[in-house]
Design a protein around this ligand. Structure first.
Ligand code: GDP
Ligand code: MN
Length: 348
């Protein structure tokens, strides 16, 4: 019995056939996508895939956010394809600009340095606004106020397997707050002082650390140093109330005041991940091993063949990243004492 199958057996509720629409209890959930108008045709593929594999059975809403107004074409096409309601938000300036405590010359110098070092997105100003926005502001958008749960979707992603149960309801029924599909090491040059500042914050608020936290996933030396493991945030199924919590708000504000989003190039993925690993109990974080996911060069593909047939997955297991050297997947299974899929050693 593979771990994938055992996990699947605990999924609550009725499994839906492809032509069935869910009639049971729904939760307060929405998809959320930050995107540019120019990404419409990459995004629409993601949306079509998410609808085909999941949402056409559940009809959850979809919130779109942008730092510029969406075009009519963007709104018309996304509304035509999303099975739930669609909503479009213009991000307020305060959520996508330099705060007054930032020295913009120093920020520009840092971009020049990172460009010379060929650090990915090192010279990009908009990427920094994006990472700061996804860390501290997306969940503050009024369009999300009516929801408890969100699923983040980016342009160009793939879903490889049928998802025949309600992932949001699964999270709610099992007391989960943060869900991921892929974990990976961060480029150290993008976050040289993130862990130092995180430790300083924790010294001020030792009571914010969850008793049964996941520190052993993010550190190999009980918190002395950060091992760079993080959940890849282009896929997230999570609870908005976690980001709205006092602990997270204070953590984000503290990090923001250091200027690291601009003087370095902190990603929202390590920021979200450090918060989840420190402020949540480990059993509140869920690894979705059954999604089958791709973004860019990294893929998750369930290794058990019968599982792939049962869920009509179209991915090649040879591409699965979970147990490869640069993934933090093996570490996650180990620290969580989870049983790895029987096949895992053939895919390292
Ligand atoms: P990567 O996945 O780290 O390579 O970064 P992406 O370029 O995919 O950006 C992450 C997300 O933010 C995607 O959903 C993009 O569509 C979105 N995004 C990035 N930059 C901008 C921007 O300047 N404006 C808007 N509106 N969205 C952006
Ligand atoms: Mn992306």
């Amino acid at each position: 019995q593979s771990a994938v199958k055992a996990e699947q057996a605990e999924k609550p509720g009725k499994q839906l056939a492809n032509n069935e629409v869910a009639t049971g209890e729904r939760v307060k959930a929405t998809f959320v996508t930050l995107a540019r108008n120019s990404e419409l045709y990459e995004l629409i593929k993601s949306i079509r895939r998410v609808e085909d594999r999941f949402n056409r059975k559940f009809n959850y809403d979809w919130v779109f956010l942008n730092d510029e107004p969406f075009t009519q074409e963007f709104k018309d096409l996304t509304t035509a394809i999303v099975s739930g309601k669609t909503k479009y938000g213009l991000i307020p300036k305060e959520h996508w600009s330099y705060p007054d405590f930032i020295d913009q010359n120093k920020a520009a110098e840092s971009r020049e340095n990172m460009k010379a070092q060929r650090i990915i997105y090192g010279d990009s100003e908009s990427y920094r606004h994006m990472c700061r926005f996804e860390s501290g502001f997306f969940w503050q958008n009024p369009l999300l106020d009516e929801y408890d749960w969100y699923w983040r979707v980016e342009p160009g992603i793939q879903i490889h397997c049928d998802l025949d149960y309600d992932l949001f309801k699964f999270m709610q029924d099992n007391n989960k707050l943060y869900g991921f599909t892929i974990s990976i090491y961060e480029f150290e040059a993008t976050i040289p002082t993130l862990w130092k500042h995180t430790k300083d914050f924790l010294k001020l608020h030792p009571d914010y650390i969850a008793e049964n936290n996941l520190l052993d996933f993010i550190s190999n030396d009980r918190g002395e140093t950060y091992n760079l493991c993080h959940f890849w945030s282009n896929f997230e199924v999570g609870n908005l109330n976690f980001w709205r919590s006092k602990q997270y708000r204070e953590y984000f504000d503290y990090l923001d005041k250091t200027g690291g989003f601009f003087y370095e190039r902190w990603g929202d993925a390590p920021v979200h991940s450090l918060a989840a690993a420190l402020f949540l109990n480990r059993d509140q974080i869920h690894y979705f091993e059954d999604v089958g996911y791709n973004h860019g060069v990294y893929t998750q593909c369930p290794l058990n063949a019968q599982f792939r047939y049962d869920h009509k997955c179209h991915c090649n297991p040879d591409t699965d990243f979970t147990f490869r050297g640069y993934s933090c997947g093996k570490r996650y299974y180990d620290v969580m004492n989870m049983k790895k899929p029987a096949e895992w050693e053939h895919y390292t």
